[in-house]
Design a binder for this molecule. Structure first.
Ligand SMILES: Nc1ncnc2c1ncn2[C@@H]1O[C@H](COP(=O)(O)OP(=O)(O)OP(=O)(O)O)[C@@H](O)[C@H]1O
Ligand SMILES: [Mg+2]
Length: 472
């Protein structure tokens, strides 16, 4: 392009030179009209030679001036090309004080402004992308035609496939609920809500699709699986508590009404009814105590007064303090021995754990006539156990017995005053001390409940005693 400018400049210069020569010749002719023709010819020849000589000198000069202008223009053209390609860091080098250098300065300023604006837009875009990717919610934006404008990392993970920008969302996500919410938001121009259980297996997602000013929609998917589970467990808990309280309460009410309505009840009947009322009242009292205990161990504020204790001392204490319950039921309580290894434990909490386990062993396994309590060193912990030789627990109940209110034989357990909360409380206490609990059992051969406690740090060792508080 600049070659054309160069040729034009040079042509113009030559044209000017020719015009100037012709004009000079014509003027001279006017003044030399009276000269003889030979003299005129001679002057013409000399003028021609002078013109040719001037042309020889002027041509390179004109070429040099023209090439100076065109090379500066060429630099402006290159500069514009870089800017058009998005390279805003290029700059011109204005020289001299002519109009061309003023234009170069103005172009440099424009490029600088573009550079800084573009850098700001880029950094904002990165910030937004990082923010969206660090969100726990899945986010996807689509155009009015349903094509993906962008999506964050969580959305890609939930969809389980790459969600490509520019492609219809329906190609990557087939969840009808999500698509319906987005379509609804685009068509109505209003926020649409929904829930999807099929988009991510095992997850319940709450969908919130809002229309975008550009005509598309933005969908935010919030994982409410845990909230749902907590809500379900809360509902079940309330139902269980109500049910557990209603049974003894109905019984108390019935017997009290009978006594009131009977004008002359016999002393035997009165005693019998009152003893039933007392049994049900103490059952309700037991239930409220257990509920309070469970609320205590499940609370985030639950604190244990842990200290290093010998495993042998813990087993010994359990046998001594719980021997009374066992003697009354005609079962032998034996120690299988325990090492002197130090564990981190809370003495009162341990009493509660052994109390629940031994009480269960007596209640459900007394047919075995013997209960063994023991402990042994294990990998990084000490393992304690309470073993009975009763009927044992069927495999399908083994995991569930640690759940709140779960009882294998509801009627029998209730008959023996059980609320189904004992093992749930024990599980929390053991976990709060840094251990775990499980059962090994065989139908007809008894049940052994095992739990672990972490080792206490040896004097001089760097390993700190773990922080033991709150729930598991
Ligand atoms: N040693 C055992 N042998 C057989 N079954 C057992 C044994 N220990 C517990 N179970 C079963 O596990 C269920 C849950 O025990 P858990 O201690 O949580 O409740 P509970 O004994 O019924 O009531 P609570 O302990 O609150 O008085 C019991 O109802 C019982 O069916
Ligand atoms: Mg129990």
């Amino acid at each position: 392009m600049t070659r054309k400018v160069f040729t034009k400049l040079l042509g113009l210069f030559l044209l000017l030179l020719v015009f100037q020569a012709v004009a000079v010749q014509l003027i001279l002719r006017r003044f030399m009209e009276n000269l003889p023709p030979e003299r005129l010819h001679q002057i013409d020849r000399e003028a021609l030679w002078a013109g040719l000589l001037a042309l020889v000198f002027a041509l390179p000069l004109a070429a040099w001036v023209a090439s100076g202008v065109t090379s500066r223009l060429q630099r402006v053209v290159d500069f514009s090309r870089h800017i058009a390609q998005g390279e805003f860091s290029v700059r011109l080098n204005p020289q001299g004080g002519d109009e061309l250098s003023a234009m170069e300065t103005a172009l440099n300023q424009t490029a600088e402004r573009l550079d800084s604006n573009f850098a700001e837009i880029e950094s904002r875009r990165h910030e937004l992308a990082t923010m969206l990717d660090s969100m726990q919610e899945a986010v996807v934006a689509v155009t009015a035609e349903g094509q993906v404008r962008w999506s964050n990392a969580v959305m890609q993970r939930i969809a389980g496939t790459e969600i490509r920008v520019g492609r219809p969302l329906v190609h990557s996500v087939r969840d009808p609920e999500l698509l319906a919410c987005i379509r609804g938001a685009i068509q109505s121009g209003e926020v649409r809500f929904g829930r999807s259980a099929s988009l991510a297996p095992g997850k319940m997602l709450e969908i919130n699709a809002a229309p975008l000013p550009s005509g598309g929609a933005l969908a935010v998917l919030h994982d409410v699986t845990r909230i749902e589970a907590a809500e379900k467990s809360r509902r079940e808990f309330i139902a269980n508590v109500s049910h557990e309280l209603r049974t003894p309460l109905t019984s108390i009410q019935g017997y009290v009404e009978t006594l009131i309505e009977d004008p002359k009840p016999s002393p035997e009947t009165t005693r019998e009814f009152l003893s039933i009322i007392q049994k049900n009242a103490s059952r309700m009292s037991r239930l409220t105590e257990d509920l309070l205990a469970l609320a205590g161990v499940e609370s985030p504020d639950y604190k244990l007064a842990v200290q290093p204790m010998r495993a042998s001392a813990l087993v010994q204490d359990a046998i001594e303090s719980l021997g009374g319950i066992v003697v009354d039921s005609g079962v032998d309580l034996e120690s299988a021995g325990a090492p002197d290894t130090c564990v981190v434990a809370d003495a009162d909490a341990m009493n509660q754990v052994f109390g629940n386990l031994i009480e269960n062993a007596v209640k459900y396994g007394k047919s075995g006539k013997k209960i063994i309590v023991g402990a042994r060193d294990a990998e990084g912990c000490v393992e304690f156990w309470v073993q009975d030789f009763g009927p044992g627990i069927a495999s399908d109940h083994q995991e569930r017995i640690f759940e709140r209110f779960y009882r294998v034989d509801k009627a029998r357990s209730r008959e023996s005053g059980g609320t189904g909360l004992g093992l749930a409380i024990v599980k929390h206490i053991v976990a709060a001390q840094g251990g775990r609990i499980w059962v090994e059992t065989e139908l007809g051969a008894g049940a052994t409940f095992h739990f672990t406690l972490p080792l206490a740090a040896r004097p001089g060792s760097n390993s700190a005693t773990p922080q033991l508080s709150g729930q598991a």
